[in-house]
Design a protein around this ligand. Structure first.
Ligand SMILES: [Fe+2]
Length: 360
């Protein structure tokens, strides 16, 4: 028989018979909860997982649908009203969060002939990867760069930027921003400029000539955590992956691939986002690979599939697709293909948490 005294002793720290333990613990959890405390042992398995867990799903957006739907928005809202006319590519595993992966935003921006997307700046870094159209410009840090399909344009942290389309056709590009990372740290700032367009004092291509040509301005800084190059043009980069393919420098998993580099340091173009361009020879059957950086890819040319965790994503020109973190994937190219990719790998590497697994 349990006496009242014995019962009191148990609830004062020493657990009693088994059938009482849960009730005693529950009462304890409720009591400490009033002090904003909670037991780690109840959540240990979900906060320190044995392997990466992700809500990101493999997904592909086909350009036929994307272009049709984005063009429709041209009749609904002006670039001026919208400030940026962008449709967000939302990962189906995270609807409502404006994310393509857990750390990256992706959107399709359209700018019609004669339109201007007004000048502003923000802490989030952005990249543009041009999909369709010719001759619209983006002005970044005083350089007005005219863009063509396959061009990779970067807008680093706090760089003033505006866009305009002086051509006769719409231009569409993929925007990728790191704001899920910036917002995770709760460090977002943004500002509008009084003038819609910034004054430009550098010629188109100046930053490429000055910094990405094997020479550097005599007074160039020795360290910069983002690249001074505004536009890594497709006209310059594509022949390099083609040359790699011809030289037989074809990785079994990634194809003939180059990493876009900051010419000052050799490091990534931005501290939060890193990008690659790869050529997959016709008939390429890539080996399985996985890494901890969830990745956004664009088919620039060609046709093929990427199998992610058993799911087959079919891609053709301008299709955008996502490979979640730590899921095995393998590329197959039916035709000679070119893939652009971007991920948060530099941020993970800077923190020492990036991992890859090339075994299968
Ligand atoms: Fe912006």
């Amino acid at each position: 028989m349990v006496t009242a005294t014995a019962q009191k002793a148990r609830t004062n720290g020493k657990p009693g018979p088994k059938h009482n333990i849960e009730a005693v613990r529950q009462e304890y959890y409720e009591r400490i909860s009033k002090h904003d405390m909670t037991p780690l042992w109840k959540v240990m398995g979900s906060v320190v997982t044995k392997e990466p867990k992700t809500r990101v799903q493999p997904v592909v957006w086909h350009f036929d649908d994307v272009k049709r739907l984005v063009m429709e928005s041209g009749g609904l809202i002006t670039a001026e009203e919208a400030e940026r006319r962008v449709l967000i590519l939302e990962n189906p595993g995270m609807r409502g969060e404006s994310k393509a992966t857990n750390t990256l935003f992706a959107g399709i921006q359209m700018i019609l002939p004669g339109e201007v997307a007004p000048a502003h700046q923000h802490v989030s870094s952005a990249i543009r990867f041009v999909l369709d159209g010719e001759g619209a410009y983006t002005a970044v840090e005083g350089e007005k760069s005219f863009m063509s399909p396959g061009d990779f344009v970067i807008t680093a942290n706090w760089a003033p930027h505006d866009h305009g389309n002086t051509s006769k056709q719409p231009m569409l590009w993929l925007d990728v921003l790191d704001f899920p990372q910036v917002n995770f740290f709760e460090t977002s700032f943004a500002a509008q400029f009084k003038e819609a367009t910034q004054a430009t004092n550098r010629e188109d291509g100046d930053s490429t000539a000055f910094y990405a040509s094997g020479v550097l301005p005599d007074n160039a800084p020795a360290r910069m955590n983002s690249s001074p190059v505004i536009n890594y043009t497709y006209a310059r980069t594509r022949p390099i992956v083609e040359r790699m393919k011809k030289a037989g420098d074809v990785d079994k998993r990634h194809g003939a691939r180059v990493r876009y580099a900051n010419p000052i340091t050799g490091g990534p173009v931005l501290p939060t986002m890193g990008a690659y361009l790869a050529m997959l020879p016709k008939g390429f059957k890539g080996e399985k690979y996985r890494s901890t950086d969830g990745t956004i890819l664009v088919c620039v040319e060609g046709q093929g599939t990427t199998t992610v965790d058993g799911k087959v994503l079919e891609w053709g020109p301008n299709d955008v697709f996502v490979v979640p973190p730590w899921k095995h994937y393998a590329h197959k190219a039916d035709k000679e293909s070119v893939l652009f990719s971007i991920s948060d790998r530099p941020a993970q590497e800077a923190l020492g948490i990036w991992r890859e697994d090339a075994s299968h």
